[in-house]
Ligand binder design. Structure first.
Ligand SMILES: [Zn+2]
Length: 231
């Protein structure tokens, strides 16, 4: 099992010991044989190892699953695009927790499928909610999460195995540089398959985030269930 799954279990354990006076929102798409992977990755593999009554008189079931890292809702560790940066198990757990900031660009993405979130989009958010808080988890809501798990709609192409044909929104590299230099962020996310927009040739956002040891989150789900700011 991947280390971030342990993080989830840990958080559930902590929450389980408290009386919940907040709503818990699952931001993940189902991980299953419908999971969308970046082209070139092997498909999800689920195998039943045992399922049934045993000679001992008790029920027993056990399964195997195999998955590439970059499928469905997932973390991009900094090492993904930068040498000698954190792999998932190296990321301090406090770097995966932070105040949520949702940047709603649905209208802009509807008008331009190649939209890249701008510094002005962040300043507009700050004009409403105040400065982006320290250690924030900043996620683009382009409305794309509603297209999942239809690969042709998510990658927005008739050729979902050819990444050169992809057209979906994400972050602009200048915006990421501004977030890194002017603010403090723990995670940068998208509801599309990549923190770089579909037509990128340079993966500049991935590289900048990796260099700064900041994690990415891709194919984030259910963003409409979150407020745009926690305050
Ligand atoms: Zn990824």
């Amino acid at each position: 099992m991947r280390p971030q799954t342990h993080v989830l279990f840990f958080l559930l354990y902590i929450c389980g010991g408290l009386s919940l006076d907040f709503k818990v929102v699952d931001l993940t798409h189902d991980h299953s044989n419908t999971t969308i992977y970046w082209p070139g990755n092997p498909e999800y593999n689920f195998t039943i190892l045992a399922r049934g009554n045993t000679t001992g008189g008790f029920w027993y079931e056990s399964n195997y699953f195999g998955t590439a890292e970059h499928g469905g809702t997932h973390l991009d560790s900094p090492a993904h695009f930068y040498k000698d940066r954190h792999r998932t198990h190296n990321i301090p757990i406090e770097n995966l927790i932070g105040p949520g900031v949702i940047i709603n660009v649905k209208n802009k993405a509807a008008a331009n499928v190649d939209y890249q979130v701008s510094i002005d989009d962040l300043k507009q958010w700050e004009s409403i909610y105040d400065q982006i808080p320290k250690n924030a988890i900043v996620i683009m809501n382009s409305g794309w999460h509603e297209r999942y798990p239809n690969a042709s709609l998510v990658f927005n192409t008739d050729s979902p195995t050819d990444s050169s044909t992809f057209h979906f929104p994400a972050w602009h590299e200048d915006t990421i540089e501004w977030l890194i230099s002017e603010r403090s962020v723990n995670v940068v996310g998208v509801d599309t398959p990549s923190t770089d927009f579909g037509q990128t040739k340079t993966f500049a956002v991935h590289i900048s985030l990796g260099k700064a040891n900041i994690s990415g989150a891709e194919n984030v789900a259910n963003l409409d269930a979150l407020p745009e700011s926690e305050v």
